[in-house]
Write a protein that binds this ligand. Structure first.
Ligand code: ADP
Length: 164
């Protein structure tokens, strides 16, 4: 039986830290699905189709990784996909509070789902999509934090900063 893992998130936008987790997961599991959340209550900078396009472009060289979108309950999606492993990234201790709460809820909703936490390379420990969005908005280049395709998308989205 093939081991299918789902890596859910907002990916607004995908960073090199996310990609590091995806690459690690792709070496452990037979098939990895990057599930881009389409959560209407969360205000994202990029639309779901833009976020998916950025993920797809970045996973091209990973044959056992796919990208999909989820709008309902993650555990229901996982049941449909026959996936038992839920991947999340852990950067710092402060991530744990929220991540453990989420893992505990998902386990209550579906006891067959096992959350697996992966740790990124040290250089990505302090990397977050929110920071990337913020510096892009202020006109900084983001190439060192996100794949080049994503950096170009950020530039298009925010343009050059207005000089007063
Ligand atoms: P969410 O809104 O679900 O938290 P994110 O896109 O922010 O979506 O994050 C998805 C997952 O990736 C989370 O488990 C988060 O902790 C993890 N993650 C985010 N940035 C990094 C990073 N730089 N290194 C490793 N994991 C990360």
């Amino acid at each position: 039986m093939s081991r299918i893992a789902v890596y859910p998130g907002s990916f607004d936008p995908l960073t090199r830290g996310h990609l590091d987790i995806i690459q690690r997961a792709s070496k452990i599991f037979d098939h990895v699905i990057v599930a881009v959340s389409n959560n209407a209550s969360k205000k994202n900078v990029f639309s779901v189709s833009e976020r998916i396009e950025m993920v797809e472009e970045s996973i091209r060289n990973l044959p056992n990784v796919d990208c999909d979108t989820i709008s309902g309950l993650l555990v229901d999606y996982m049941r449909r996909k026959k996936a038992k492993v839920l991947i999340r990234g852990l950067r710092v201790v402060s991530d744990m509070d929220y991540e453990f709460q989420l893992a505990s809820f998902n386990r209550r909703l579906n006891k067959d789902v096992e959350t697996v936490f992966l740790m990124p390379d040290d250089q990505y420990t302090y990397l977050a999509s929110s920071m990337v969005r913020e510096i892009a908005r202020l006109g900084a280049g983001t190439e060192q934090f996100v794949p080049s395709f994503v950096a170009r998308r950020l530039k298009l989205k925010f343009g050059s900063p207005k000089v007063k």
